[in-house]
Design a protein around this ligand. Structure first.
Ligand SMILES: Nc1ncnc2c1ncn2[C@@H]1O[C@H](COP(=O)(O)OP(=O)(O)OP(=O)(O)O)[C@@H](O)[C@H]1O
Ligand SMILES: [Mg+2]
Length: 622
């Protein structure tokens, strides 16, 4: 659908990529990855003709339709959510679609966790994240031949993310997506494009296979580099020894030429600087940091909390988990004083100062300032040198600090906002999804900073890696109930007997065991049925549950037979005599690949089926 030939792009003296070649086909499912600021979003814009390449050729297949979701902002005006979701953009006009499109749009909007009451709201009254969801819905309704999505999961909560992931799995067209989310990529893509060192590297397989291949490749490269350096060293010795003497000077010259002609192997990149930095620390608070007493809170008619108590003490790092919409962000906002409860008391402990880092913190940055100007605008008494080294920990190097905020990539903006809060940290830090937009190296930098942090941290995150690295306590938030777990994330998993670390993030708990909600099972709409209807419903749901159980059981036995087959094949592969039969090795490898593909697919199916089952069972209990 697209062919890029020798495309180059740089900003000032920074080369994003040089002589890049890429073909995107109609059936491709590709993940575009790379560190923050590598040029992923820029590459999308070049492909879409929104930005111009310095050189090279980009051709687009005629008649092919392409849908694009940008990383940061998308327009919203007077049109309603439903209108926007069903509209086609034609020049400057929005064209409204027919009835089937409307039905489809409703289904998709629900999948993306919109409530029916939102459908007729003007899009401009939504928060940024929900505007993005509306545009995402619009793209899915349009169903273009190729979807180009720039970090689509940033705007989604985990429950919606899982719905979206499953939707994309059966999407009829091609998909190219930018993401830092390893699991999401693993589920969806069959190839990875990596932007690194101004080049585009392509790999077959999912994200995990990409990591393996890259590691192997980097090891080879490091070894080759070392050899070449040795070789060069030897030649240089020769040159230096014989250059001065007339009788050998020509030979020395020849060797020098030989060095110059060499195809130089790049030095292996050193991993991101391990952060070894004395982060500023807040003044110490008292032992008791904050207390909530008998808090009542409702959004209009919709009650979230009816009398909750909560207390946190100095030095704790607590993660809030629980199903979406159960009030995690609300709780954080109540603690931050961003929301005021209708009744009850928020009592800050002695010398406690609250700082709130929201999902929309980058909106506070001033676009016309440079990175260093913005970072220096802090009440903390710090030198420019110190600020620059903190910026360095967050991977702003050299001239990067003179960039304007307006040109920063999504991840760069988030990192700058983090630097600002870390320069002058409060002793009670409240963070809502701080790792959104961040690449692995920046997440590690943030973990390093927060591990040293001497204050108290309460946070919400979907990133299991980040949670594991930081949380010393877990608070489960659901249906107005807070359940504390006095241990880290693994302790919580163990206590709740959770099978999947990721699913347990949004689990509801019944009798201490996780059950998950599924969005599709009609919620809210149900009126009040009479007794007969209720009995009928109960019978129906028993039948539905039994069927679902059967489905789960069938999948389980299928999976276990696949696993057995996998074991047998691997065992055969390990037999010495197998190796004398090249064809058999080949066959086994082929079948192993197929088996692992099947396993992957069936496991996903099983996950969602058992997810649905527990939801159904929970609905009956309720
Ligand atoms: N107009 C511009 N002038 C100068 N530099 C720019 C301009 N636009 C973008 N850049 C820089 O180009 C680099 C690539 O930006 P891009 O948005 O493509 O990164 P990205 O790979 O998408 O990163 P992220 O993962 O953070 O989204 C960034 O370092 C950014 O600061
Ligand atoms: Mg980007």
């Amino acid at each position: 659908m697209f062919t890029l030939t020798d495309v180059s792009k740089s900003f000032g003296n920074r080369t994003l990529f040089e002589d890049l070649r890429l073909t995107i086909n109609r059936t491709d499912r590709l993940g575009l990855v790379g560190p923050n600021g590598a040029g992923k979003s820029t590459l999308f814009k070049l492909i879409l003709g929104q930005e111009e390449a310095d050189s090279g050729l980009i051709t687009r297949q005629r008649g092919a339709t392409v849908g694009f979701l940008p990383q940061e902002s998308a327009p919203a005006g007077e049109e309603t959510v439903l209108e926007l979701a069903t509209s086609h953009h034609h020049g400057d006009e929005w064209q409204v679609a027919d009835g089937t499109a409307v039905a489809k749009a409703k289904r998709i909007l629900k999948g993306l966790s919109f409530r029916e009451t939102d459908f007729d709201r003007p899009a401009r009254t939504l928060s940024g994240g929900w505007v993005m969801r509306t545009h995402l819905a619009r793209l899915l309704v349009q169903e273009p031949d190729l979807l180009m999505l720039d970090e689509p999961t940033n705007h989604l909560d985990l429950e919606t993310l899982i719905w979206f992931q499953e939707y994309l799995r059966t999407y009829p067209g091609g998909i190219v997506l930018i993401s830092h989310d390893r699991e999401f990529l693993n589920r969806l893509v069959t190839g990875i494009l990596e932007l690194r060192s101004s080049r585009l590297w392509t790999y077959a397989g999912n994200y995990d296979t990409f990591l393996e291949q890259r590691e192997a490749h980097q090891e080879q490269q490091a070894a080759a580099f070392k050899n070449q350096q040795k070789e060069i060293g030897k030649l240089m010795d020769f040159v230096n020894r014989f250059r001065a003497k007339a009788s050998t000077a020509t030979r020395a010259q020849a060797k020098l030429k030989q060095i110059e002609r060499m195809d130089r192997i790049d030095a292996p990149e050193s991993a991101a600087a391990i952060v070894d930095f004395a982060f500023p620390q807040p003044v110490q608070s008292g032992h008791r940091v904050i207390t909530l007493r008998q808090i009542h809170f409702a959004y209009g008619e919709h009650s979230i909390y009816r009398g909750i108590d909560f207390e946190t003490t100095r030095g704790e790092r607590t993660v809030f988990v629980g199903p979406n919409g159960a009030g995690k962000s609300t709780l954080l906002k109540l603690l931050a004083g961003v929301l005021t409860p209708q009744a009850g008391e928020v009592d800050l402990g002695p010398k406690a100062q609250v700082g709130y880092y929201s999902q929309y913190r980058t909106e506070m940055l001033r676009p016309e300032r440079t990175v260093i100007e913005e970072a220096l605008d802090t009440p903390a008494r710090v030198t420019e040198l110190y600020v620059r080294s903190l910026l360095g920990c967050f991977l702003f190097r050299d001239d990067d600090v003179f960039k304007k905020v307006s040109v920063l990539s999504g991840g760069e903006k988030s990192r700058l906002a983090l630097v600002k809060i870390l320069l002058n940290p409060p002793n009670l830090l409240l963070m809502d999804e701080p790792t959104t937009h961040l690449d692995m190296a920046s997440i590690d930098a943030l973990v390093a900073a927060l591990t040293e942090f001497t204050g108290t941290l309460l946070f919400i995150s979907h990133d299991v890696y980040f949670i594991r690295a930081l949380a010393t306590k877990v608070l489960h938030v659901n249906a107005g109930q807070l359940t504390p777990y006095a241990g880290d994330y693994d302790y919580y998993l163990e206590k709740t007997k959770s099978a999947s670390a990721r699913v347990a993030l949004t689990a509801q708990l019944t009798n201490g065991r996780p059950t998950e909600r599924v969005i599709a099972v009609g919620r809210e709409e149900a009126g009040r049925p009479n007794q007969k209807e209720r009995r009928q419903q109960a019978a129906d749901s028993r039948k539905v549950i039994a069927d679902q159980k059967k489905r789960v059981g069938t999948l389980e036995s299928f999976i276990s037979s696949l696993e057995k087959r996998q074991l047998a094949l691997t065992a055969e592969l390990e037999l010495p005599e197998t190796y004398t039969k090249a064809r058999r090795v080949n066959e086994i490898n082929q079948e192993l690949k197929q088996v692992s593909r099947d396993l992957e697919a069936k496991s996903t199916e099983w996950e969602s089926a058992s997810h649905k089952l527990s939801e159904m069972e929970a609905a009956v209990v309720a």
